[in-house]
Design a protein around this ligand. Structure first.
Ligand code: ADP
Length: 155
């Protein structure tokens, strides 16, 4: 029954790691920090359907902040405001997690903070070295899907 399948999902998701369920950087919808919030940009954001959009400077690995789409409610596209102005208004450090971290650890992190999106960084080549470049993003939804997937895969 469904209870049993959820229990299996809860036990098995722990064997998976961030890189198994993340969204690869090449598939991420990002914006450049100097973009103008004109009608074309607003339409692209709307069509993307995402609620959180990482913002980069110059290169896609260089993430400077996260745009919360609800913060665009007060932006008039005719003003052609630079995206950086909206980020400064509600700027936050962008938290990240290593690609080799297990899903139960990320799940606990999501539960204990109000941040439900993390950038994913490559694991360093040598122990003790700083985390590598950004390779994708992971959200609470990616982890939850893994918890429930056992129900779909099982029979
Ligand atoms: P949303 O609230 O925007 O629908 P979710 O947290 O529900 O986002 O995540 C749904 C899926 O979309 C997940 O697989 C997540 O990795 C992916 N995702 C979230 N934001 C983005 C983004 N800006 N670009 C690409 N994929 C994203």
């Amino acid at each position: 029954n469904a209870d049993r399948l959820l229990l299996i999902g809860a036990l098995e998701y722990k064997d998976k790691r961030v890189k198994d369920v993340m969204t690869d950087l090449e598939h991420c919808f990002l914006l450049e920090v100097r973009s103008r919030l004109n009608f074309a940009t607003m339409l692209a954001i709307y069509k993307s359907g995402f609620t959180r959009i990482p913002v980069y400077e110059s290169s896609r690995q260089n993430i400077k902040g996260i745009l919360y789409v609800k913060d665009l409610i007060l932006v008039d596209p005719d003003d052609e405001t630079e995206l950086s102005a909206v980020l400064a208004f509600r700027g936050r450090d962008v938290a990240s997690v290593r690609e080799d971290v297990k899903l139960d650890v990320v799940f606990k992190e999501f539960m204990s903070s109000n941040n439900h999106m993390l950038l994913v960084r490559r694991a360093p080549d040598m122990p003790g070295a700083p985390d590598g470049e950004v390779v994708g993003l992971i959200t609470l939804e990616d982890v939850m899907e893994e918890l429930i997937q056992a129900e779909i895969v099982d029979e």
